[in-house]
Design a protein around this ligand. Structure first.
Ligand code: HEM
Length: 130
C-alpha cells in the first residue's frame, strides 16, 4: 500500500467513527448473509465498540507492518478459538466494505474503496497467518 492509501484508509476509519450505527449495520448484514455466524457471538453490545476500536488501532499500524503482523496474528488466533474459519473472512470483508459504502456514501469513492480493499485483505491475511 502507498502512504497515500494508508492515509485514505485512516481517513475512512475516522469518518466511519462518526457513524455510531456502522457496527450495528455491519452485524445485521453479516447475520443476514451468513446466519450461522450469529451464534458465535456473545454480547453484541460490547462487541460493536471492540470492532471499531480495533479498526482504529489497525489503521494506525498500517505504517508499521511488524507490529501490525503481531497484533493481527494474535487477533486471528483468538478468532480461530471463536470458531471463525477461512471462508468467513471474504464474507466479512465484503459486508464491511458494503457497510462503509452505506454510511459514507460518495465519500467512499473508487480510490478509498481500492485502499480499503487492500488494507482489509492485508489484515485478514495476517489474521490467518498466525
Ligand atoms: C477485519 C477483520 C476483523 C476484525 C478487525 C475483528 C475484530 C474483533 C475484535 C476486536 C473482537 C473482540 C475480541 C478479541 O479481541 O479477541 C472480535 C471478536 C469476535 N469476532 Fe471478529 N474481527 C474480524 C473478523 C471476524 C470474522 C471474519 C468473523 C466471522 C464471523 C468474526 C467473528 C468474531 C467473533 C465470533 C468474536 C467473539 C465475539 C464474542 O466473544 O462475543 N470476526 N473481533
Amino acid at each position: 500500500m502507498t502512504p497515500e492509501q494508508v492515509e485514505l484508509v485512516r481517513a475512512t476509519i475516522a469518518a466511519v467513527g462518526e457513524h455510531p450505527e456502522f457496527a450495528d449495520r455491519f452485524y445485521l448484514r453479516l447475520f443476514e448473509v451468513a446466519p450461522a455466524t450469529e451464534a458465535m457471538f456473545g454480547d453484541l453490545e460490547s462487541q460493536r465498540r471492540k470492532l471499531t476500536d480495533e479498526l482504529v488501532a489497525m489503521g494506525e499500524l498500517l505504517g508499521d507492518l511488524t507490529t501490525l503482523d503481531a497484533r493481527a496474528a494474535e487477533l486471528g488466533r483468538r478468532h480461530r478459538g471463536y470458531g471463525v474459519r477461512a471462508g468467513h473472512y471474504p464474507v466479512a470483508r465484503a459486508v464491511m466494505a458494503e457497510t462503509v459504502r452505506e454510511v459514507l456514501g460518495d465519500a467512499f469513492g473508487p480510490e478509498e474503496q481500492d485502499a480499503w480493499e487492500r488494507a482489509t485483505m492485508l489484515i485478514t491475511e495476517l489474521m490467518q497467518s498466525g
